[in-house]
Ligand binder design. Sequence first.
Ligand SMILES: Nc1ncnc2c1ncn2[C@@H]1O[C@H](COP(=O)(O)OP(=O)(O)OP(=O)(O)O)[C@@H](O)[C@H]1O
Length: 250
Amino acid sequence: MTAPILRLDDLCKHYGALPVTDHVSLEVGRHEIHAVIGPNGAGKSTLVGEIAGSIVPDHGRVLIDGEDVTGESVAARARRGLARVFQTSRVIKDFSTLDNALLAAIATDGTAFRFLTPVAGETATRERARAALDRVGLADRGDVLAGRLAHGEKRALELAMGLVQAPRLLLLDEPMAGTGREETERLTELLASLAGEVAMLIVEHDMATVFRLADRITVLIGGAVAICGTPAEIRADPTVRSAYLGEGAP
Ligand SMILES: Nc1ncnc2c1ncn2[C@@H]1O[C@H](COP(=O)(O)OP(=O)(O)OP(=O)(O)O)[C@@H](O)[C@H]1O
């Protein structure tokens, strides 16, 4: 059996006496969209940080494609195919949309000695950047300054900057935060169109998006996994319904 693209094994993190990640174990399959939901302060962002490598857990392991990466840096995990998008915008407003995608591509290539790179390499990188913009519907916006893009387009650009890394797992931290209903729907459909191409772990408060996209949902409460299941299982769970989703849940 092939290893899941991501496995968290009994992950724990305390801030002082407060358990923020409380013995969390979960798996994301190679073609799965896995949502993590939970009330404010449940520990979702901390978990994303532990997966990305920016927060060190006190205990437990993070495995990417079966390899223990718990001691590895953010950059090393990125080289293994992990791309984190939406947490803090990486978009540079004074650069063109294409140049932003290009920068993300160059950063992934890790080419510290770019002056030695043959022109063919430059062209290939540019093509990758263009392809990523095309994938998110920004093909004809490459020359526009990123600062002039509409909010939803900036979100799409951030996604392109993740996709240009040819990731195997996209870590999406509240992708719909600050977007209006229409933009949210467009962005949700864009993510849905990537299903099967790249695995995703998505932290999101917008329940319509979560239930539209997720193959499985993990509910985090007080840093611990309250339940993990299919959207139908989560929707039907009486504890989750009353404690978190509310009666108006989708
Ligand atoms: N660096 C830190 N030092 C101390 N406490 C922290 C730190 N970071 C987070 N916390 C606390 O850990 C808990 C979990 O925070 P976290 O941001 O991971 O939750 P969250 O589920 O992402 O919340 P939200 O949905 O509001 O973004 C909160 O009680 C928060 O105050």
